[in-house]
Design a protein around this ligand. Structure first.
Ligand SMILES: [Zn+2]
Ligand SMILES: [Zn+2]
Length: 240
């Protein structure tokens, strides 16, 4: 059985399509018996997101809240085919954990070659730790090339429970393929809920079923414990 101790992807009411406060998410993390929470709100390019002030002011929040280790993060948007993001490097450098994702309002679908190159360029960004929900039907890419480069660059591929809840067509098949490639190439992954509501924090049921299906090695999951997650962040700081 796969144990997850750190939620690596969560949103709060600073986006109007998310429905819980940070404090409610902290309580949900505690209630789920977990030890860490990454708050990764949408960066400014997506409609309904907070401005960059949300991210620059995270420095005023503590690193621990009610006994939960609190990681200050962002879900940055990939906004062009050169791998550009919607937060400056100086802001990204202030954060503990940065996910970079493609969202439809911020990047139009393109050829497989263009999307592959986009992800490869994002992986070169020293401030990005993780690629978010890459198993998207509208943004097909050469996952093997992306996973291999993520491994080379010491980056993380996200396996996102929210993607498997039927919101993204074909996601189960695509995400299973991504997980199998991560296993094949020894690329580390983060298991996340992508919670837009506190009740989803700690729910990794569908990802866990998928991991069992592909007999995914636990050692490649970066957030099975607070220690492994913190060790990864330390490693990333030295390496990037
Ligand atoms: Zn996303
Ligand atoms: Zn998200």
């Amino acid at each position: 059985m796969y144990q997850i101790q750190v939620e690596t992807h969560s949103h709060t009411i600073v986006s109007k399509h998310a429905y819980s406060t940070l404090q409610e998410n902290i309580k949900a993390t505690l209630d789920a018996g977990m030890k860490g929470l990454c708050m990764t709100n949408h960066a400014p390019a997506i409609p309904d997101a907070p401005s960059e002030v949300h991210f620059t002011c995270l420095k005023y929040l503590p690193g621990e809240i009610d006994g939960i280790r609190f990681f200050k993060g962002a879900e940055a948007n990939i906004i062009d085919y050169q791998g550009g993001l919607d937060l400056s490097n100086s802001i990204l450098a202030m954060l503990d954990w940065v996910i970079a994702s493609i969202h439809t309002p911020c990047l139009k679908p393109a050829s497989m070659e263009e999307i592959t190159n986009t992800y490869l360029r994002v992986l070169e960004n020293p401030y990005v730790h993780c690629l978010g929900h890459i198993g998207q039907q509208s943004y097909l890419c050469d996952w093997e090339a992306v996973v291999k480069h993520a491994k080379e660059m010491g980056k993380i591929i996200e396996l996102n429970n929210h993607s498997l809840e039927g919101i993204r067509p074909g996601a189960k098949e695509l995400c299973t393929k991504v997980a199998a490639l991560c296993k094949k190439h020894g690329c580390r992954v983060a298991v996340s809920s992508d919670a837009h509501y506190s009740g989803c924090i700690g729910n990794y049921k569908l990802v866990k079923e998928m991991l069992t299906e592909v007999d995914f090695p636990k050692e490649l999951i970066v957030n099975t414990s607070l220690d492994t997650f913190e060790a990864y962040l330390k490693e990333a700081k030295q390496q990037f």
